[in-house]
Design a protein around this ligand. Structure first.
Ligand code: AMP
Ligand code: MG
Length: 474
């Protein structure tokens, strides 16, 4: 039997300025590591698709499914604050789009599928480590209820990829509500291609925000989605690591998992990425960077508007409203983390006080909040008395809440993809053992359950397990 993907491609129909036709480059010996049957079902792929031996061929790029129109998308972007006039899919091709059983349109993209016209110096490939990292973390994010691209398949290529050493090559099949990035708008704005910018704006509105009116309506919609997203990251201790404008999806989905990580010990200045030497994308900087990125989108969108002065004024107002919006989302989520659904003026001070005490006492972010349910949170603090003092205030506040336990249980995950477990999983996979990868996926699919079988995955790293930096590892 043969896998039928019901493609319905709109991006391929946009003019040539938007993309370059590019087939994936075949690989030597594809072997399927994972196929996400739950996601396949949502996409409307056949129920038994997972059993089909041709999946490895298709998701390695060796065989093009009928109806695919593979292409690499053009974009640019600010990388660590510096504008790079041309990026684009350098190691990815969009196979096409499908409208799922839920009525939503999604891109199906192969990542690590070989060189494209936008590869610049790169080999167009990915190695197994980042492919499995993205698979695990993006699926964990989805299970946490955080907007994200998803992983449909992971395939080993049977070919080496040369980084500092030879490593096994792999291809990830990524699914996204679109791959439109802030940088997709920037490239046409920077080049003065106003017709293309207008076309893109219409396309983006039609595809993602049909209720939005005009470029400024789109800007406001992206702001709302990004504000919500970043607040959600903050609430689970997630650090994206490379919030460049080319890695910022206008859908408000988390995209481009590189040197990302969840914090273990809480500290606002935590940075994992080995390439982020200045800490630009540190945990606590993420809200500010999201505003900066939105300002870049505003600058790009304005280029298509005749009355520049009015547009600048309107865009400024939209962008300036973002911090307050993000703060509202943040406060709602952190209120829930300590069991609050009602609002009182002193809540922010109560939450901030807990976070300060956590930072001073090397408290594990995830486990401290989860332990508020079990009464064991004080054990997370180097000086438990620091928690006790806070707890008195907290209990007084909780007395005015209807159902704090239920609220906390739904807001505080029991398990997150801890960085050291991901590194251990990758090390095993490089040796051919995929069991840790499959186990992580299975446990992380139910992050709010106290699975006693998974106690080891909930534990913070032992001193010798701590991962000091996550390498971009492309
Ligand atoms: P990233 O940091 O993964 O978001 O990538 C930034 C840019 O570099 C994008 O245009 C990528 O397509 C490109 N890129 C990253 N790795 C490679 C590679 N191995 N070969 C070609 N292009 C790459
Ligand atoms: Mg990227």
């Amino acid at each position: 039997m043969s896998l039928h993907i019901p493609f319905d491609n709109t991006y391929a129909r946009l003019p040539g300025a938007f993309h370059a036709a590019q087939a994936p480059q075949p690989v030597a010996a594809p072997r399927l590591i994972a196929f996400n049957a739950d996601l396949a079902r949502i996409l409307g792929l056949p129920e038994d698709a997972g059993k089909d031996p041709e999946l490895a061929e298709i998701f390695a790029g060796n065989r093009l499914p009928e109806g695919a129109q593979p292409l690499a998308q053009l974009y640019s972007g600010h990388q660590f604050g510096q504008y790079n006039p041309q990026l684009g899919d350098g190691r990815a091709v969009l196979l096409g789009e499908v409208v799922g059983t839920d009525g939503l349109r999604r891109d199906i993209q192969l990542k690590g599928s070989g060189r494209t016209p936008f590869s610049r110096g790169g080999d167009g490939r990915a190695w197994l480590g980042p492919v499995l990292r993205e698979y695990v973390v993006s699926e964990a994010m989805a299970a946490l209820g955080i907007p994200t691209t998803r992983a449909l398949a992971a395939v080993e290529t049977g070919e080496p990829v040369y980084r500092e050493r030879a490593l096994p090559g792999a291809v990830l099949t990524r699914v996204a509500s679109s791959h439109l990035r802030v940088g997709t708008f920037q490239v046409f704005a920077a080049r003065g291609q106003t017709a293309e910018l207008k076309r893109l704006t219409h396309y983006a509105i039609d595809r993602q925000y049909p209720q939005a009116e005009g470029p400024m309506g789109l800007l406001a919609a992206v702001r709302d989605a990004q504000a919500r997203l970043v607040a959600q990251w903050m609430a689970v201790g997630f650090i994206h690591g490379v919030m460049n404008t080319d890695n910022c999806a206008i859908s408000g989905e988390t995209i481009d998992y590189g040197p990302c990580a969840f914090m273990d010990v809480y500290h606002p200045e935590t940075v994992f990425s080995s390439i982020d030497r200045m800490g630009r994308y540190a945990y606590s900087n993420q809200p500010e960077i999201a505003v900066w990125n939105l300002a870049q989108l505003a600058t790009a969108l304005i280029q298509q508007i005749e009355d520049k002065q009015a547009a600048v004024e309107e865009a400024t107002e939209i962008v300036h409203a973002m911090p307050e919006l993000m703060q509202q989302h943040w406060l709602r989520r952190f209120r829930a983390k300590i069991g609050l659904t009602t609002e009182e003026d002193d809540d922010l001070a109560l939450i901030s006080d807990l976070l300060t005490r956590m930072a001073q006492n090397q408290a594990d972010f995830t486990n401290t909040f989860r332990a508020l349910l079990t009464g064991r949170a004080r054990d997370q603090f180097t000086d438990p008395a620091a928690f006790d003092a806070w707890e008195v205030e907290w209990q007084a506040r909780l007395a005015r809440e209807p159902d704090p336990r239920e609220v906390m249980a739904a807001a505080n995950p029991a398990v997150i993809p801890r960085n050291h477990r991901i590194e251990q999983m990758i090390a095993a996979a490089v040796e051919g053992d995929h069991a840790p990868f499959h186990r992580l996926n299975a446990v992380l699919a139910r992050p709010f359950e106290d699975d006693t079988e998974a106690a080891d995955l909930r534990r913070p790293p032992a001193p010798d397990e701590v991962v000091p930096a996550t390498f971009c590892g492309t």
